[in-house]
Ligand binder design. Structure first.
Ligand code: COA
Length: 139
C-alpha cells in the first residue's frame, strides 16, 4: 500500500468511487450532500493497494479542514486511514499550516484522537450523522 497526493483530474473518478461506496452506499449519506464545491479547492490524498487498486482517500482544504476520509470496508484496520492522515498533515505543513481540524463522525473520534486530535465544542448532526469538531496542532 502507498499513499500519494491525487491528481485532481486523473484520480477524481477513483476518489468519487471510494467515497460513494463508503458514505452513500454504506452510511446512507444523500449523494447530493456527498458532493460539494470544495473539492476543486482541496488537496486530495489517494491510497493504493500494491496492485494499484484505489482503497482510500481524504482531502484537506486551504484552511486546514480535513474531510471525506474514507477507507474501503475490506481494507480497514490495517493502517491505511493513519497513512492517509499523515500524508494530509505533511501537505498541511507544506502549506504553512500548523493546525488542522475536522468535523468527525462520533464513531471515528478514537481514530482521530490517536492522531493527536482533541474534541472542541458541542456535538451536532450533519447528513443525519452525529459529529463533533476536532483540532490538532502539528508538531
Ligand atoms: N474506533 C476506535 N479506534 C479506531 C477506529 C474506530 N472506529 N478506527 C480506527 N481506529 C484506530 C485503529 O485501531 C488504529 O489504532 P493504533 O494506531 O493504536 O493501532 C488507528 O485508529 C489507525 O487505524 P487505521 O487502521 O489506520 O484506520 P482505518 O484504515 O480503518 O481507517 C476510518 C479509519 C475511520 C477512515 C475507516 O474506518 C473508515 O473509512 N470509516 C468509514 C468512513 C468514516 O467514518 N470516515 C470518517 C469520517 S469523519
Amino acid at each position: 500500500m502507498h499513499v500519494r497526493t491525487a491528481d485532481f483530474g486523473a484520480d477524481y473518478a477513483a476518489i468519487r468511487r471510494i467515497r460513494f461506496a463508503v458514505f452513500v452506499d454504506e452510511q446512507r449519506v444523500p449523494p447530493e450532500l456527498e458532493l460539494d464545491e470544495r473539492d476543486a479547492h482541496c488537496t486530495h490524498a489517494l491510497a493504493l493497494a500494491t496492485d494499484g487498486t484505489p482503497i482510500g482517500t481524504g482531502r484537506i482544504d486551504v484552511d486546514g479542514k480535513i474531510g471525506r476520509v474514507a477507507v474501503a470496508a475490506a481494507a480497514r484496520g490495517t493502517g491505511i486511514g493513519r497513512a492517509l492522515m499523515e500524508h494530509l498533515h505533511r501537505v498541511a505543513r507544506e502549506h504553512g499550516l500548523n493546525e488542522v481540524w475536522c468535523n468527525a463522525q462520533i464513531g471515528a473520534v478514537p481514530f482521530y484522537e490517536r492522531l493527536g486530535y482533541a474534541c472542541v465544542g458541542e456535538h451536532f448532526f450533519e447528513a443525519g450523522i452525529e459529529h463533533v469538531r476536532m483540532h490538532a496542532r502539528l508538531v
